[in-house]
Design a protein around this ligand. Sequence first.
Ligand SMILES: C[S@@+](CC[C@H](N)C(=O)[O-])C[C@H]1O[C@@H](n2cnc3c(N)ncnc32)[C@H](O)[C@@H]1O
Length: 348
Amino acid sequence: MLGISSTSVEVNPFLADLIEAKLSPVSPARFCAAYERLITGLEVTAADTLPITGMPPTLVAPGLKDRYVFPVDVYSTARAILRSSEALEPDQARLLRILLGSVLVPNSNVVINGKGRRYRGAWQSKEKSRADLIASLDGAVDVAATDLTRFSDLPGGQHKVLRGDARTALAEVNDADVVIFSPPYPNSFDYTDVYNLELWMLGYLNSAPDNRALRQRTLRSHVQMKWHTTPRYASSAMLDATLEALRSARADLWNPNIPEMVGFYFDDLCRVFQQVARILESGRHVIVAIGDSQYAGVHIDVASILTESLVGLGFQLTERGAIRSMRNSSQHGGAFKLSEHCLVFERT
Ligand SMILES: C[S@@+](CC[C@H](N)C(=O)[O-])C[C@H]1O[C@@H](n2cnc3c(N)ncnc32)[C@H](O)[C@@H]1O
């Protein structure tokens, strides 16, 4: 962070740990020595093979209907590494947990992207083993140690990670020079789903209600959850017109709750900006990376709707640049190109 102090807000506990792991200085030599001792003495116990309470039944073999994400020895080895890591110093344990998280999907029977999870082709003949998992983790530890050594001279700064829902957690922040964030896009990309394997395997979720509670705290950017209806907060003529067009196209939408979700999404963003308006003095800036979406041919022009909605909350758009064009998924209506923007708002 080049000596700049920061406060981050993240609701997903795995991603919050990822942020904290990147911000915490750890001695590479001591970390590698601790890891070496852990792996050399690793014992997989019967408890490590047990299912986690509330986990999806497909997480480990035999799974459900002949489908499962991890073979038993990969699952139990990962659980044993996690259990053993708890004896390390907290910064080392967190870093190891994150590195273990980075090698879980490559050592599973599935691949994951924004559209969800799918089994690898002919996965039954390509299953990974305990040795594969440990070899991947060795590689990840080497990369981390190289980075820790390479960047150890950079100035640090004071860093705080607020683990929670930005709509409420920002109440703990009183001032800032600048606010930078990339919220979820209204594209039904559900981060609790995308990181579900890591969340379960690394001990962040311990019951099915934990999973639901985490989903409930995420911004309303997806339809995998049935959201509580709340009164409209965002005020924008373009939002009203977009919601009307979506309601008219409801029969063609892949999920009938999309129009409401899109409205809630802008309400949630405005709730975040309401906090930011309190935190920032006039003349200070907010930098937001955000993307458009499209459902049944209705374009959600996120940048323009947000710009309109923020005027009443005390923000004026001062710069707008394209970051990249995203390919729309076939599920969302074909090969349309959607923009991802970098928006700069000034606190008026
Ligand atoms: C587009 S990603 C950006 C990730 C990261 N900040 C970056 O810029 O690379 C959106 C992030 O918002 C997080 N998120 C979703 N709902 C949230 C909420 N209510 N409060 C805080 N963070 C939330 C997701 O877990 C995800 O990490």
